[in-house]
Design a protein around this ligand. Structure first.
Ligand SMILES: *[C@@H]1O[C@H](CO)[C@@H](O)[C@H](O)[C@H]1NC(C)=O
Ligand SMILES: *[C@@H]1O[C@H](CO)[C@@H](O)[C@H](O)[C@H]1NC(C)=O
Length: 454
């Protein structure tokens, strides 16, 4: 049975809620603390990849007191200015404690005048002439909300924190209502559920339905096992998440979108490339295995230009351009190797601990960007054993229309290289392949709950 996810009526509803508006933008969250070894050309390389995906800018997550910030920021702003890319700060209040208010003012005075620093231009605008106010966000820090009136008096910024550890209705009142909008970090479903837009609706409601800005989060996956970082060791369900969530972005029509993340390898939700010089944390945090090395997530960028266009224009184009396919999968069946103590859900965050195998499915998930599914077949080969896949979930407008179609086939005990082939009327249209194969052997005999996306 085909399942149709509604997009357009709700999108129209959301559009009507907006009064004054700035241009829609899509950012990706970058953990600057992973990048002390990044060179100027590394920054340029990643920025070019982000631009090829139609991402507008990076939200630079910076921890207070991190001695590598100054050098990293200098390179980032140099690269972004040369490439016409945008950057803004996402001040991390957890990684190394709260940011002192005077350091924030100093930092904003130093960088918000940079050409590449992202400025919010109200009422569409955007067309040259500069102007606009710099955007500043956070990762957490509701306890420091009282600092922000003073910070904003010193530097005129648009302040859109992530204070997701408190309820949206409470966050919007903090510091005397100092936030100009809110960024949610609620990008993953709990347990074996599918993600919904319920949390997004709560944010939009709390923000006065467009009176204040809403930055909506989108993530492809979540797995962390870092003993040195407070023993954090859990996964959330990523099966079916990415494509469903982008449909929800089209439906919710938030002011802005922030992808979680570009390079958070420690939590396995990166969509940027894996550079060896970014992986130091696995050693410093005593991870039982380097679960990002060799685990490309490049496939999750493939449909971004399409998703971002649909979000920004509020409509699906008549043609998707080049038809293509991507696939993602874990590289071992859930019960093949010891689970490494990883729980499904985060019990420290008040969720019920589940067995990881209750959240994840031993399947190859695929998504196809098509003008129509007419005459299209999907075959999934694991080690040469071929199964036929279905395209169960179809675009909002129904089967036979342009958009992303998704499905999955179980591993079914097969092991070996994974290839998804998309054909129409017997002719191959596209393939997704080239990732590490599926195996019952695990590196260091511990499950890698991360996925590959090709
Ligand atoms: C950046 O934008 C400027 C001004 O619009 C333009 O002249 C320049 O060619 C652009 N550079 C790149 C690399 O796109
Ligand atoms: C999630 O969505 C898929 C596809 O629509 C559906 O088959 C599945 O039953 C849903 N799972 C839950 C827990 O709702």
């Amino acid at each position: 049975m085909k399942k149709v996810l509604p997009i357009l009526p709700a999108a129209l509803w959301a559009l009507q809620q907006h009064t004054a508006s700035a241009a829609k933008e899509v950012f990706a969250h970058v953990i600057v603390g992973n990048l002390p070894a990044f060179t100027l050309s590394d920054w340029e390389f990643d920025i070019r990849l982000a631009q090829a995906s139609k991402i507008d800018g990076f939200a630079l997550n910076i921890a207070a007191q991190d001695p590598s910030n100054a050098a990293s920021l200098a390179l980032a702003f140099q690269a972004a200015a040369a490439l016409n890319f945008s950057l803004f700060f996402s001040l991390d209040y957890l990684a190394q404690g709260a940011w002192p208010a005077d350091r924030v003012v100093e930092l904003l005075r130093e960088y918000t005048g940079e050409k590449a620093y992202f400025k919010v231009v109200e009422d569409g605008g955007g067309g040259g002439g500069g102007g606009g106010r710099p955007l500043v966000s956070t990762f957490e820090g509701p306890g420091s909300a009282g600092d922000w009136k003073g910070i904003k008096d010193a530097v005129d910024v648009v302040f859109v924190p992530d204070w997701s550890s408190v309820a949206a209705g409470e966050a919007v009142e903090l510091g005397g209502g100092v936030a100009d909008g809110l960024f949610s970090f609620d990008a993953w479903p709990e347990g074996a559920e599918n993600i919904t837009t319920d949390a997004d609706k709560v944010f939009q409601e709390a923000l006065g339905k467009g009176k204040k800005k809403y930055m909506m989060p989108v993530a492809p996956w979540f797995f962390t096992n870092l003993p040195g970082f407070g023993g954090k060791n859990w996964l959330w369900r990523g099966d079916g998440l990415w494509d469903r969530r982008w449909q929800q972005v089209a439906e919710v029509q938030p002011d802005w979108v922030e992808i979680l993340t570009w390079n958070d390898f420690g939590e396995s939700h990166y969509i940027g490339p894996v550079h060896e010089n970014e992986l130091g944390l696995f050693q410093s945090a005593g991870a039982p295995v380097n679960y990002a090395r060799g685990m490309s997530h490049d496939g999750w960028r493939r449909f971004l230009p399409f998703y971002i266009d649909v979000y920004k224009t509020g409509r699906v184009p008549d043609s998707v351009g080049e038809e293509s396919v991507m696939a993602y999968y874990r590289t071992a069946p859930a019960l093949a190797c010891p689970g490494g103590g990883t729980t499904g859900n985060n019990p420290d965050g008040g969720e019920v601990a589940m067995k990881p195998e209750e959240l994840v499915e031993d399947s190859v998930f695929y998504a196809a960007l098509l003008d129509t599914d007419q005459g299209v077949t999907v075959s999934v080969s694991i080690g040469g054993k071929v199964s036929t896949g279905k395209l169960n979930e179809v675009p909002a407008a129904g089967g036979g229309t342009p958009g992303v179609y998704t499905g999955a086939v179980p591993f079914d005990k097969n092991t070996g290289d994974m290839v998804v082939t998309l054909s129409r009327d017997g002719k191959v249209i596209a393939t997704a392949e080239g990732g590490k194969g599926i195996s019952t052997q695990c590196e260091n005999n511990v499950q890698n709950w991360n996925a590959i996306a090709v």
